[in-house]
Design a binder for this molecule. Structure first.
Ligand code: FMN
Length: 384
């Protein structure tokens, strides 16, 4: 019977265990350029045969909505990522770059020439949520500009080019961030998407943008280097859908069809469940109902023809159970991986885990709260 420490073949990648580093924005890539600190952070978390997914990485200059997140749309960024990828590879891990466009979850300060952020809709994210500003304060999300129908393909092209850039930087593949209320999710969810063109209304239309992105990226770099992330049941940043179960199934049906038609498999599907309450500042009103979550995840896992990664509130026990019960092939860990660089080892030997400090999730210090969490047997060196 497989558990978290049973090797797994994920497409062409031979993994030695099933504990994945979840993508996490850490705001240490000054002015969009990955810094040496990122190499330290990722190599600390790399293991032979392990699998790491980078933080959300901007596909274009309109894609960002947090301070100092990395990009992968110009040469300087690609060169900087290459050093990080090489360092991770030298420790034997596979690493994918998460491609991100935040859509309306941005602010004029993060946009070229102070323009309004773009979205599927002209309705701003409600005041229940706050955006992290460059000075560390929290602001209100502005009114976005509705993407014109013809502009949408330009954004698809940005994903395609970013995927090519990621491969040039040496990444083993990319993950399309279709989750958590960001641009792709702003098209998927009927609680946000109020379009009347071929990108709005029916489920077919709402899935169109995601599928165009997937197809463009697959054509450019091959399906076996592409993962997709979705979170149909998460209302982060007002991303509500009236029927999350069927939305998830609709995406899966289209991914399966694409795989059949192209006779090639995507690397994986990565699903976040509502048990996740990661953002701390303004948390979801919907904390998730464990039974409902389990029902949705099982239905999606059963429907998807390929590797299925689960994320959201997993402990050692829950991760073991998910794999043993066949509810997940791999489990991604977020917050516990922030505070335990050697999480894989700790989970393996069932060692105690260090606690994470939310206050340093999104700060710019290259060490404090970033690379100074202790390995087992070490004591904290630099943090007060
Ligand atoms: C600080 C922080 C930053 C995050 N940034 C991203 C991100 O860039 N992309 C993404 O898809 N998810 C992001 N997430 C969500 C995580 O990938 C993960 O799904 C979530 O933390 C739930 O897993 P956990 O309960 O193991 O922390 C972030 C979470 C945290 C805590």
């Amino acid at each position: 019977m497989a558990d978290l420490f049973t090797p797994y073949k994920m497409g062409k990648f031979n993994l030695s265990h099933r504990v994945v580093l979840a993508p996490m924005t850490r705001c240490r890539a000054l002015n969009g350029i990955p810094q040496p600190a990122l190499a330290e952070y990722y190599t600390q978390r790399a293991t032979p045969g392990g699998f790491l997914i980078t933080e959300g990485t901007m596909i274009s200059d309109t894609a960002g909505g947090f301070p100092h997140v990395p990009g992968i749309f110009n040469e300087e960024q690609v060169r900087a990522w290459k050093k990080i990828v090489d360092a991770v590879h030298s420790k034997g891990s596979v690493i994918f770059c998460q491609l991100w466009h935040v859509g309306r979850a941005s602010h004029q300060v993060y946009q070229p020439h102070g323009a309004a952020p773009i979205s599927s809709t002209g309705v701003p994210i409600s005041k229940r949520w706050r955006i992290l500003m460059p000075d560390g304060s929290h602001g209100i999300y502005p009114k976005p500009r509705v993407l014109k129908t013809l502009e949408i393909l330009e954004v698809v092209e940005h994903y395609r080019q970013a995927a090519i850039n990621a491969i040039e930087a040496g990444f083993d593949g990319i993950e399309i961030h279709g989750a958590h209320g960001y641009l792709i999710d702003q098209f998927l969810k009927d609680g946000i998407n109020d379009r009347t063109d071929e990108y709005g209304g029916s489920i077919e239309n709402r899935c169109r943008f995601l599928m165009q992105v997937v197809k463009a990226v697959v054509q450019a770099i091959g399906a076996d280097r592409v993962g997709v992330r979705m979170s149909p049941a998460i209302d982060h940043l007002d991303a509500m859908d009236s029927d999350p179960l069927h939305l998830g199934l609709a995406v899966i049906e289209r991914l399966n069809k694409l795989q059949e038609e192209s006779c090639s498999s995507l690397t994986y599907l990565h699903v976040t469940q509502p048990r996740y309450t990661a953002y701390g500042q303004t948390e979801s009103s919907r904390q998730g109902n464990e039974d409902e979550e389990a029902r949705f995840m099982r239905a999606w896992k059963r429907a998807y023809q390929g590797t299925f990664i689960c994320s959201g509130g997993f402990t050692r026990e829950l991760g073991m159970k998910a794999v043993i019960d066949g509810d997940a092939d791999l489990v991604s860990y977020g917050r516990l991986f922030i505070s335990n660089p050697d999480l894989v080892h700790r989970l393996k030997v069932n060692a105690p885990l260090s606690k994470y400090n939310r206050k340093t999730f999104y700060t710019q210090d290259p060490v404090v709260g970033y690379t100074d969490y202790p390995f087992l047997g070490q004591t904290l060196v630099s943090r007060l």
